[in-house]
Design a protein around this ligand. Sequence first.
Ligand SMILES: CC(C)(COP(=O)(O)OP(=O)(O)OC[C@H]1O[C@@H](n2cnc3c(N)ncnc32)[C@H](O)[C@@H]1OP(=O)(O)O)[C@@H](O)C(=O)NCCC(=O)NCCS
Length: 182
Amino acid sequence: MKSGLQGRRLLLRPLAEDDAAALWAAVDVSREALKRRMGWVSAMTSVADSRRFIQDCGSAGRSREPESFAVVEARSRDLVGVASLQRRTVPGLAELSLWIRTDRRGRSYGLEAGRLLAEHAFRHEALQKLYARIDPANREGRKMLQRAGFRYEGCLRHEKRLNGRWVDQECWGLLRVEWRNR
Ligand SMILES: CC(C)(COP(=O)(O)OP(=O)(O)OC[C@H]1O[C@@H](n2cnc3c(N)ncnc32)[C@H](O)[C@@H]1OP(=O)(O)O)[C@@H](O)C(=O)NCCC(=O)NCCS
């Protein structure tokens, strides 16, 4: 995805170093809500941290770092979230991860960004399956995945360490054939 993927109200494009300040501001305003779902948030405490995160994304093709995209509001050009694809050792599988800054939630941006990333993954990456893992208490994440066409596959118990606790992880998946027949 060189120039970006255009949706109705959003644009997904590769994160660039110029996004460091906007990314940090988006994380900072969403910090409490994001901390409940994502372990890396506590470690991002400055613009320098967000710049390092973006630099790591730049090496995604060569390493196991996720390929991350800025979720940009087309009207304002504001960075309103980040959507990532993490490839796995098994070719054809990738994990979707996505967040929207708290002051822009509830506008179906999560759903639009999820659909755009799935479009990118299946159209350009020869993917067979896109999957996501969420905390069972994450009702908004579940709703977003269901509406994007993902199916529930089961729950892994005590699969992840988050904020000093072991948490279960619900598994959701979208197969290429399901995406094609959507
Ligand atoms: C999950 C997330 C991306 C959704 O972003 P969003 O832009 O607010 O989502 P949308 O506006 O597209 O809403 C998706 C659905 O969730 C519903 N929803 C939103 N908040 C909800 C809540 N607290 N409880 C239940 N449903 C909720 C919405 O009503 C909508 O369903 P509808 O269209 O049938 O009304 C956002 O909450 C987020 O960033 N969460 C933290 C990261 C995360 O958990 N990611 C998980 C996916 S990998």
